[in-house]
Design a protein around this ligand. Structure first.
Ligand code: TXA
Ligand code: MG
Length: 325
């Protein structure tokens, strides 16, 4: 996939002018701005309705940019970059002094990632040719607290009235946000689980990273319990409780939509019944689209048949718990 050159020029010109551009990545769509321009970054927070102390991920065209943005980079970070970039991994590193507080939320660290999507890379490379810092700050392109967008149409629905350009790169391959690993302290710690799991990280780092338990004040906005939530209430149910629960809801006159991964629809059960793939990669790919779709159906409740609670499902489990919080 390659961008129309006129569109690419327009996107770069907008970024240079301090405006917002929505871009596809392999995880979810991002709402991008010149990361070295605090006024531009402030527009991201305004468009999303996001509290300004939440740090943003800076996207780079390659790991050559790492030293521009980060200092005291441990060997493990270079090794992870080599193995997983471009790809769905964000590293938290000590920031260079010049990096604006607008991007880091005033912390002394910065989140960096090289996304694995041809359109994102093309934009980053073109932007880096005209801008020596070459970083695009981009949170997920949704309003604060809502479901991350995985298609250009989702972005249009979330923020269409607030941004001048949405680059369409098709549906996102991974479908949930990048794994975030904090390498700024003594022991590497996973702050947000994602497609790249702790075992894979350990193969590069030599040791299993710590896993952040989401309690107390959030250093990661994704660690607010209610993040990634649809407007319609969500109920997460063990598979063996699903059918009984739905029978009760039917008698109570509650309009339910169901996202299942094992249990097929039964006679007399809700009309809105969507089967999601029974493997974690396929499930993650479809999850946000399915939640968003159910959210549009004037339901009283979205019922989700819980997935297995095994390491392979950790990232999906994390998003399901947040959706139901
Ligand atoms: O897959 C992704 O990571 C997507 C695409 C667009 O790249 N981006 C994304 O951004 O999910 P956002 O802003 O929705 O989530 C970024 C997370 C936030 O939870 C933020 O708190 C955390 O990264 N983060 C960024 N910089 C940080 C830092 N210096 N320390 C701790 N957490 C940080
Ligand atoms: Mg987000």
């Amino acid at each position: 996939m390659s961008l129309d050159p006129a569109l690419l020029d327009r996107a770069v010109a907008l970024l240079q002018a301090g405006e917002l551009v929505a871009l596809p990545t392999e995880t979810v769509y991002g709402l991008g701005a010149d990361a070295a321009n605090p006024t531009a970054v402030a527009k991201i927070f305004a468009a999303k309705g996001r509290p300004a102390d939440h740090p943003l991920i800076v996207h780079l065209p390659g790991d050559a940019g790492l030293e521009q943005w980060a200092r005291d980079i441990p060997q493990g970070a270079w090794d992870l970059a080599e193995m997983f970039w471009p790809g769905p991994l964000t590293m938290i590193l000590k920031k260079q002094d010049w990096v604006p507080d607008a991007v880091t939320g005033g912390q002394d660290t910065v989140g960096l990632r090289v996304p694995g999507h041809p359109v994102a890379l093309e934009l980053l490379q073109a932007f880096a040719r005209v801008n020596p810092r070459g970083g695009i700050a981009a949170p997920s392109a949704n309003r604060f607290g809502r479901i991350s967008p995985t298609t250009a149409a989702h972005v249009q629905e979330e923020l269409g009235d607030k941004i001048s350009l949405i680059l369409d790169g098709g549906p996102c391959q991974v479908g949930i946000e990048s794994t975030i690993i904090d390498l700024s302290r003594d022991r590497p710690e996973v702050l947000r689980p994602g497609h790249i799991g702790p075992q894979l990280l350990a193969e590069v780092l030599g040791d299993l990273p710590a896993i952040h338990q989401s309690q107390g004040a959030p250093r990661v906005s994704g660690s607010l319990e209610s993040h990634y939530a649809p407007v319609t209430p969500v109920r997460l149910l063990a598979p063996e409780r699903l059918l009984d629960f739905l029978t009760l809801q039917r008698h109570a006159g509650t309009r339910c939509g169901v996202l299942a991964c094992n249990q097929p629809a039964q006679a007399g059960m809700p009309h809105q019944w969507r089967m999601l793939p029974s493997d974690p990669t396929g499930y993650a790919h479809d999850l946000y689209d399915a939640l968003r779709d159910m959210d549009h159906r004037q339901l009283d409740l979205i019922v989700i048949e819980n997935t297995p609670n095994t390491p392979a499902w950790a990232a999906v489990q994390d998003r399901l718990r947040r959706a139901a919080a």
